[in-house]
Design a protein around this ligand. Structure first.
Ligand code: CS2
Length: 503
């Protein structure tokens, strides 16, 4: 882009016109990342186009000043590029009315939640953003940020901000409101409500009582299942989009053509007609979530770790490798599928076929390091329940064990093993803790025991499963001594044998 290219804005001539220009904001969104901007924002624009309403969005970035500065500079416009190997199409949702940084203005988050004009607070703060302990599933009272929030400082954690905001709203008259989690957590609404209630109950004396009564009376926490693959933006992509748009866009979002949103229809203060953008309102959100978090996300993790260990940087490159493809098919069919109850009318074969097509979308360039990031919290959502169901049936979930072995080999390699650059690029809040355990572990089994049985990284129940832990340990040793291909071959053939032995 040359220096005289105009910057995207409401009056900038550009090849694409914003879909809407809302007059007021009824939604506060926490987590102004790419996913929200390519998912909920697009559905909300469709809803406003179809039915109007003051459903503009005030976007709160947790910490990133750059996204907020760019949103202001571009008058809250950015483009969403829908990318498939043969084509790229652009839309500009135009639904945001304001943006700020939550870490810089925590009291503003609280006062926005208290403002009766806001009727829904939506969240995409990642699995990491809920201040809970993956082992216990309860609020993590050892977390320093959360403790400070409970002590009464300006709240920095999402749960603290929600709880303090709802307290302030209760005190300001208590207009009905809904909190809608859009993160990949099972029963994400129920989970969020539980954590907010735990926070309020932890407050000294009866400090949280009015807010808890308000929650009983006028606050709902619908669950939702969200789905769209949205890779991180790159400089090259930015330049390409600028060229197509005829205006400089600093914050475009690349996304795949597929998009899905299943939402429980329990909104205390009304909602946009998101169905206009294709959202499904259903009582079966739990089933949608389970299907997606296991078949898509669980398998995605396997592809990412095995891909990174093979030395490939993207998901499409990884799934194109025969070994990884057969491991992905086996984990889905033999270990995840038996663990889910399908939503009515969903054809699981068609869903799986579509998943392989989505992963193969080479034009997206979705990175193995992006999917492999934060495995300590993501895997907690994806693997323990299906693994336990297999184990209780008497079957070893070899491919889930391989997923864990791949994860630990990437994040916490044993002394002398180099998992490569793509593994090094994965960030994870537990990396230091796990690396310290790996530094003195002599074998894969030693490491698996410390992480699963002692640290309870995947919960209390899996911590008791010695045979599973031993299998993870063996596969770690195979990966690190004989290579990832040998481990894939071992797990896939063991899984076939298990299947053949079934009646
Ligand atoms: C991915 C998800 O990064 C990850 O762990 O599995 O972000 C995935 O791309 C989305 O959930 C798709 O909806």
């Amino acid at each position: 882009m040359s220096n005289d290219t105009p910057v995207l804005g409401r009056t900038t001539p550009a090849a694409v016109t914003p879909l809407v220009s809302p007059s007021g904001a009824g939604i506060l969104h926490l987590g102004l990342g790419s996913f929200h901007r390519a998912h909920q924002a697009v559905y909300t624009a469709a809803a406003i186009q179809a039915s109007g309403g003051d459903w503009g969005i005030v976007g709160v970035a947790s910490r990133s000043r750059s996204i907020v500065d760019a949103m202001h500079a571009q008058e809250f416009l950015y483009s969403v590029a829908t990318i498939s190997p043969g084509s790229t199409s652009l839309t500009i949702p135009g639904v945001h009315t304001d943006a700020f940084v939550g870490a810089e203005e925590p009291e503003r988050v609280v006062s926005q939640i208290a403002d009766s004009g806001i009727r829904i607070v939506t969240l995409t703060v990642t699995e990491n953003g809920y201040s809970y302990s993956p082992a216990t599933q309860h609020l993590d009272l050892d977390d320093a940020t959360l403790r400070a929030d409970l002590a009464g400082g300006a709240p920095r954690s999402t749960i603290g901000q929600l709880a303090r905001g709802l307290q302030a709203r209760a005190a300001a008259g208590g207009a009905p409101i809904s909190i809608l989690s859009c993160d990949n957590l099972s029963s994400n609404g129920t989970h969020t409500e539980k954590l907010v209630r735990e926070f309020l109950s932890e407050l000294p004396g009866s400090e949280g009582a009015d807010a808890l009564a308000f929650l009983d009376r006028a606050v709902t926490f619908p669950s939702s299942m969200v789905d769209r693959i949205v890779p991180a933006t790159t400089a090259e992509f930015r330049a390409r989009i600028g060229g197509l748009l005829g205006a400089a866009d600093d914050i475009p979002v690349p996304a795949e053509p597929f998009t899905m949103w299943a939402v429980e229809d329990r909104f205390a203060g009304g909602r946009p007609t998101w169905e206009a953008g294709g959202a499904v309102f259903t009582d079966e959100v739990g089933r949608y979530e389970q299907m997606k978090v296991r078949l898509l996300n669980g398998t995605h993790s396997l592809i990412a770790y095995l891909g990174a260990l093979t030395g490939v940087g993207t998901i499409p490159e990884a799934i194109a490798l025969d070994g990884i493809e057969s491991a992905a098919r086996a984990v889905m069919r033999d270990e995840y599928e038996p663990s889910i109850e399908l939503p009515s009318g969903v054809d699981v074969r068609a869903y799986e076929t579509e998943l392989f097509e989505r992963w193969a979308n080479s034009a997206l360039g979705h990175r193995t390091s992006q999917v492999g990031t934060d495995g300590s919290v993501k895997l907690r959502q994806r693997i323990p329940e299906p693994a336990l169901l297999s184990l209780h049936r008497g079957d070893m979930p070899h491919l889930i064990a391989l997923t864990v072995a791949g994860y630990l080999s990437c994040i916490a390699p044993l002394a002398g093993f180099d998992p490569g650059v793509h593994a090094a690029a994965m960030t994870d809040g537990a990396r230091e803790r796990l690396a310290a355990l790996a530094a003195t572990a002599r074998t894969g089994h030693d490491l698996a025991r410390r992480v699963i049985a002692e640290l309870h990284l995947f919960g209390d129940e899996l911590a008791e499963q010695d045979a599973f832990i031993a299998r993870v340990g063996e596969l770690i040793d195979t990966i690190q001594r004989r290579g990832v291909d040998a481990a894939i071959a071992d797990a896939v053939s063991a899984s076939r044998t298990t299947k053949e032995m079934q009646p």
